[in-house]
Design a binder for this molecule. Structure first.
Ligand SMILES: [Zn+2]
Length: 143
């Protein structure tokens, strides 16, 4: 059939001569490209611009694959430079994200995780004990 010749013509799939590095490179492209759809989906779902942590994980994985493709297969300085330092903001965003999660306080009453520096539980209104021990203890209140 004609369409099979277009797909697999000359022993190439989609006109691409495949080898292990081509698979790694295209996998990198797929992973890197998928992050845009993930971020878009997250934003549409919340009706607010959101960058979920998975976006940074996909960025890190995709750029890592593309960097290894550029470094070991293409050996192209322009291509190498494009992905050489992008991991720095990706990792930094992940570090800040997980630190922020760690800084949450769990409500003793309803077990809901409350954002850092919360004085009261946003779900049940209970005063958060940890916050009292930290900020409130230092600040003396006069009546
Ligand atoms: Zn609560």
């Amino acid at each position: 059939m004609d369409w099979t010749n277009n797909l697999f013509g000359d022993g190439r799939f989609l006109g691409i001569e495949w080898n292990t590095w081509k698979v790694i490179g295209w996998l990198g492209n797929a992973v890197f490209f998928s992050r845009f759809f993930l971020q878009w989906y997250a934003t549409e779902k919340r009706k607010q611009v959101v960058v979920p942590p998975a976006f940074w994980w996909l960025s890190l994985a995709g750029s890592g694959l593309l960097l290894s493709y550029a470094l070991f297969y293409r050996r192209d300085s322009v291509f190498i430079f494009a992905y050489l330092f992008t991991w720095i903001p990706y990792i930094r965003n992940l570090v800040i994200h997980y630190r922020h999660l760690d800084a949450h306080t769990q409500c003793v009453k309803c077990r809901v995780e409350c954002p850092p520096h919360s004085r009261y539980c946003h779900a049940c209104g209970t005063k958060l004990a940890e916050e009292m021990a930290g900020h409130e203890a230092g600040a003396s209140r006069s009546e």
